[in-house]
Design a protein around this ligand. Structure first.
Ligand SMILES: NC(=O)c1ccc[n+]([C@@H]2O[C@H](COP(=O)([O-])OP(=O)(O)OC[C@H]3O[C@@H](n4cnc5c(N)ncnc54)[C@H](OP(=O)(O)O)[C@@H]3O)[C@@H](O)[C@H]2O)c1
Length: 340
């Protein structure tokens, strides 16, 4: 890609394209979320976003809605992800942009997919289109939006988020592992919002037995993800919500004869699962942490004290704080794995 850096005007259009890209949340995986805006002399005249897996790409939708009254040579196309250059379920977007006659394209992030990886931008440049990078702040936002997808296509493993709710004194549950709600409704709504973003949500069989969780998206708008249970399929309580709704929501099991790591890789290869939000109890949480399988850790800390209970060892040195926020009565801290 050309090395020119965009000014604040271009950033504003890309941020609008990012907003559009988010509309694909929950519906486009295993494709990335992508948004596109076409501006004519600084005014948006067409928009598009990738809305469903296998459906039209954001650039194609925006180009299709372009009004013939506008001269393409005065237009700029803004897209959150480098346009594809290969024919898959949809034709190559680079070719569609070249045909449109738009001379300037601003790209939010390079496509890390080995099938593209700079090829889409190069095809545009070869055809005389000026291709420009977003500013690094906007690029980071584009990369954050598609971090699950980027991780899966570059490592061959799904992106693993571990959510842990803990008391102010560091316990996840009481000594008898009885059902207990540690955090308030605002923090729970955050968990539901994250469920709506990921491909699957995971718990251990101990949590199924003690909490009988629904693992659905109820507190915010969004689609309910598929489910993964760590434990033997045969020991799933038949009266549990999970057992009762197996016909509606695909549910996969990682049983004791499979390691968690190979279970995750299998889920990516066989079920195209690129992201897993893990909400287990302390047993499975500790396994995930000890085996170094977690990419992003969300610690929800309640103001409540338990005095006694079961907690986990977080391996604190392995984490870099990404954000901390007061959410209702709880504090949510997000950590990313420290880059070695
Ligand atoms: N604070 C929080 O964030 C949070 C979240 C969820 C739950 N909880 C609480 O945690 C408590 C339950 O704790 P928990 O530790 O029992 O729950 P868990 O970690 O969700 O589940 C543990 C179960 O997973 C299965 N398992 C463990 N290792 C396995 C392996 N390597 N392969 C296959 N299966 C394996 C075992 O089931 P089998 O015994 O059937 O083999 C084990 O009993 C409850 O009090 C619940 O309310 C807290």
């Amino acid at each position: 890609m050309a090395s020119e850096v965009t000014g604040s005007g271009d950033d504003a259009f890309l941020l609008r394209a990012l907003e559009l890209a988010r509309r694909g949340t929950g519906y486009v995986s295993p494709n990335p979320r992508v948004g596109c805006v076409i501006a004519h002399r600084g005014v948006i005249i067409a928009e598009g976003w990738h809305a469903e897996y296998g459906g039209l790409h954001a650039e194609a939708i925006a180009l299709n809605t372009l009004d013939g009254a506008y001269n393409p040579s005065n237009c700029t196309l803004y897209v959150t992800l480098e346009p594809c250059n290969h024919v898959g379920k949809q034709p190559a977007c680079s070719a569609a942009i070249i045909r449109s006659g738009i001379p300037r394209v601003v790209v939010g992030m390079r496509d890390p997919n080995p099938h593209v990886d700079g090829g889409g931008a190069q095809a545009l440049v070869d055809a005389g289109v000026s291709v420009i990078h977003a500013s690094s702040g906007v690029t980071q936002q584009c990369m954050w939006l598609n971090r699950f997808w980027t991780h899966a296509v570059t490592t061959g493993r799904p992106y693993i988020i571990l959510k842990i709710a803990q008391s102010a004194d560091g316990f996840m549950c009481l000594p008898d592992r009885s059902r207990l709600q540690l955090t308030g409704p605002e923090a729970q709504a955050r968990v539901h919002a994250l469920r709506a973003e990921v491909d699957t949500v995971l718990v251990g069989m101990g949590t199924v037995r003690s909490d009988n969780p629904q693992l659905t998206v109820r507190l915010v708008e969004g689609r309910t993800p598929r489910r993964v249970i760590v434990g033997q399929r045969t020991s799933l309580p038949s009266e549990s919500f999970i057992a009762q709704t197996m016909m509606d929501t695909p549910t996969y099991f990682i049983e004791r004869d499979t390691s968690l790591a190979s279970g995750f890789e299998h889920l990516l290869v066989e079920q195209s699962i690129q992201s897993i939000l893990c909400e287990p109890g302390p047993t499975v949480a500790q396994l995930l942490l000890d085996q170094g399988l977690v990419d992003e850790l969300h610690l929800h800390t309640s103001s409540r004290m338990l005095r006694d209970g079961i907690g986990v060892s977080l391996h604190a040195h392995e984490w870099t704080e990404h954000s901390t926020e007061q959410v209702g009565t709880d504090v949510i801290t997000t950590f990313l794995k420290t880059q070695s």
